[in-house]
Design a protein around this ligand. Structure first.
Ligand SMILES: [Fe+2]
Ligand SMILES: [Fe+2]
Ligand SMILES: [Fe+2]
Length: 409
């Protein structure tokens, strides 16, 4: 098993771009929360690992939300079942050795201070969770104030009022004090705008270094995001994981290096990450898509590249994942890549994607048996769309491919 040099902040930050896409109408929530939390933490003199934990937890705080339906509730100050996404997020991070220490911060990011202070938790968890809660509510209120193009400076008094009013019961008074101090300037509010928040966070990222992580550790981080994608629709449950395992298996059949097979597995896990932007209704739709809906659906592999392109050390993963809808005859999307631009890994991924999707039930058809899947793949190869040699490999061990794609292996 190879080890990979990655900047964990960068991986978390880039993949969290996908979470922000779920917002559809209010993109960048996670980033604004991370920016404000970091400012409050600095004001309180936090540093070192506590700041790293605050930054990553803030970026990831809504990881338990993949459905656009649920995301709509995040814009309410309090709503029934709000704790559900905290529990889902906590459970997701628990299973990942590089991020499990953040799970408590996520679990309590909607807990009132008066409850939190009585719990048997370490102080840093209480403070980080409550800091995220405070700035998260500020962001929600900010978006309300800015509705209809209103200048944020005209609404900040009402935001301060909400924060002060809840000091002591919802929020720890020390955090409230720090927030009031950092938000005094107009610049604090201007930095919430998209380009400023991006600039602020990129500077932060450049301060943290790379570290060597094992494939298993990296895969666990990546799996969290693939789970979030697959959880968007009941029909795509385990789709990414199945594509990943089948792509790895086919990579071996082609005697690709172990590293290429591992990277192919990561590309499989992430290939549909751009789908987080697609509204749930479209993924669940039983009838055919309208022209507009088709366009929305079609841009997901382009968005996948956009999310992955800045992770150093995962450039190949980004390229292969982005090309999973490219076709050998140049008729694919979004790049319409020609035959010579599509690597063997991207061809494998394309076949694995079609195979796994056909092996699963979809809203508009039942799951297909292996023989029928092979027939379809062969037709696609005959018409010059899928790679003929890859499809021949599938034919050679059809049953094994089928079981692998459905995670029976
Ligand atoms: Fe949030
Ligand atoms: Fe796709
Ligand atoms: Fe897919």
């Amino acid at each position: 098993m190879a080890s990979y040099n990655v900047n964990l902040h960068e991986v978390v930050y880039s993949l969290s771009n996908a979470l922000d896409l779920v917002g559809v109408s209010h993109i960048h929530h996670g980033k604004r929360v991370a920016y404000m939390a970091t400012e409050v933490g600095k004001q309180l003199g936090w540093n070192g690992p506590m700041m790293d934990d605050l930054f990553q937890s803030a970026i990831l705080h809504d990881i338990g939300v993949s459905k656009t339906q649920v995301h709509k509730h995040l814009a309410e100050l309090e709503w029934e079942l709000e704790k559900d996404h905290c529990i889902v997020g906590h459970d997701l991070l628990q299973g990942c050795s590089l991020l499990s220490h953040l799970s408590g911060n996520i679990l309590y990011h909607h807990s009132h201070w008066e409850v939190l202070e009585r719990l048997e938790l370490d102080d840093s968890t209480k403070l980080i969770a409550n800091c995220i809660y405070l700035v998260d509510r500020v962001d929600v209120q900010t978006l309300r104030e800015m509705a209809g193009g209103q200048d944020i400076l005209l609404g900040k008094d009402r935001i301060w009022e909400m924060v002060r009013k809840n000091s002591g019961d919802w929020f720890y008074p020390g955090l409230v004090e720090a927030f009031m101090e950092v938000s005094k300037s107009d610049a604090f509010w201007f930095r919430l705008e998209r380009e400023h928040v991006n600039g602020y966070l990129s500077t932060w990222l450049s301060h943290s270094g790379e570290k060597a992580v094992s494939f298993t550790e990296l895969k666990k981080v990546v799996e969290i995001f693939s789970y979030v994608v697959d959880a968007k629709s009941s029909f795509t449950k385990e789709h990414s994981e199945g594509v990943a395992m089948l792509a790895h298996h086919l990579g071996r059949e082609f005697a690709l290096s172990e590293e290429s097979c591992e990277l192919l597995e990561l590309a499989g896990l992430l290939h549909d990450i751009g789908k987080l932007r697609v509204p749930d209704e479209l993924l669940e739709k039983t009838g055919s898509l309208s022209e507009t809906e088709y366009c929305v659906m079609h841009r997901h592999s382009f968005d996948t590249y956009d999310i992955l392109k800045n992770i150093r050390g995962m450039e190949q993963v980004a390229t292969w994942a982005a090309q999973h809808h490219e076709r050998v005859d140049g008729s694919g999307y979004p790049y319409m890549s020609g035959e010579h631009e599509i690597s063997i890994e991207a061809r494998i991924l394309a076949v694995a994607d079609v195979f796994q999707a056909l092996a699963q039930r979809r809203p508009y058809r039942e799951a297909l048996p292996p023989e029928k899947i092979l027939k379809i793949l062969q037709l696609e190869a005959d018409s010059g769309k899928l790679d003929r040699v890859v499809v021949a490999k599938v034919e050679k061990n059809l049953q094994h491919c089928w079981e692998t794609s459905l995670l029976m292996k």
